[in-house]
Design a protein around this ligand. Structure first.
Ligand code: FES
Length: 320
């Protein structure tokens, strides 16, 4: 996807779910159906915030069976880069917006005889869409959902009604913890595991799955990194013949877009590989923040993921 591929939508509802989370509903501006998607897909929401265009990925939580109403739930992040605050403070019912086409980096493996799901906090959202799909297809699954407390355990009551014994909820303030080792060591052969939530939880599940001998192909995770702030720097784009400034709170990808360079992306979180760019010259240090490049690719200094990574040094030339 490039920045040119987007859908015109209208915000049809904004619902306050709890003190930190709001749910946003979107319909296509012309009333026609939105593109079909599968559970685990995300969309990139484009936000015109003054002179700045923000583009932030959010998982679709609504049923993939309903293409009239896309829904996302967004947790307000007061320390974040501004996307969630824009959505919480400025987006109202009836507003026109642009969103990207759905892309799925966290899809269910339909061959799996069972799906074991771990959600932490707002990481519940992709599972909500997947569950609609699994119920429709009689899929075998169980969901383990941990939240800081009952108030922040968004959708747990609805999920209890819908899932019964297939749902297990854990609240930190009640000292309830998911026993990952017990669950990962007692699944039927061929089960796939899925995790979405805070980075330490994702790392823990990946590490414990490996320790219990799970094949990598059976372990699925969704981890969008955030582009960190840092010192401003200059990048030369050879193909576009431009020299651009990347601001302290801007990613290289955002700086390219602001300069009118059509740079590819899907996740904007260092996870999909779509924005991978060749480094032609580098006099300084690339600060890799992605989950995509292999260690040897980073060490070579020949590749960078502009959606999240930064640079410190005197000269950086990219093949873009
Ligand atoms: S856009 Fe997905 S890794 Fe950069």
């Amino acid at each position: 996807m490039s920045m040119l591929a987007s859908l015109d939508v209208v915000v049809t509802d904004v619902v306050t779910v709890n003190s930190l989370i709001k749910r946003f509903h979107f319909a296509r501006a012309d009333g026609s159906p939105l593109p079909a998607f599968s559970g685990g897909a995300h969309i990139v929401i484009e936000m015109q915030d003054g002179d700045t265009i923000r583009r932030t990925p959010y998982s679709l939580m609504s049923s993939p069976l309903n293409t009239q109403d896309y829904q996302v739930s967004i947790r307000r992040d007061d320390e974040g880069r501004g996307g969630s605050l824009f959505m919480h403070n400025k987006v109202t019912k009836g507003m026109s917006m642009k969103i990207g086409y759905p892309a799925n980096l966290f899809s269910l493996d339909k061959r799996a005889p069972k799906h074991l799901m771990f959600a932490g906090g707002i990481g519940i959202t992709p599972f909500l869409a997947q569950i609609h799909q699994l119920i429709k297809t009689n899929g075998n699954f169980e969901l383990h959902y941990s939240a800081r407390n009952e108030e922040l355990g968004a959708y747990s009551e609805e999920l209890k009604q819908l899932l019964g014994h297939r749902l297990h909820v854990y609240y930190d303030d009640q000292d309830q913890r998911i026993d990952f080792d017990a669950l990962l060591s007692s699944q039927p052969t061929g089960t796939h595991v899925y995790v979405c939530g805070p980075a330490p939880m994702i790392e823990h599940v990946i590490q414990r799955s490996a320790a219990h001998g799970w094949p990598d192909a059976h372990v699925h995770f969704e981890h969008f990194a955030k582009a960190p702030p840092g010192e401003a720097f200059t990048v030369e784009l050879q193909t576009s013949n431009k020299k651009i400034e990347v601001g302290e709170n801007q990613s290289m990808l955002e700086a390219m877009e602001a300069a009118g360079v059509d740079a590819p992306y899907l996740c904007r979180g260092g996870a999909c590989g779509q924005c991978e760019t060749n480094v032609l010259e580098c006099d300084g240090n690339l600060q890799h923040e992605d989950h995509w490049l292999e260690d040897d690719e980073r060490a070579s200094g020949k590749k960078v993921m502009p959606c999240v990574s930064r640079f410190k040094g005197s000269r950086l030339v990219l093949d873009r």
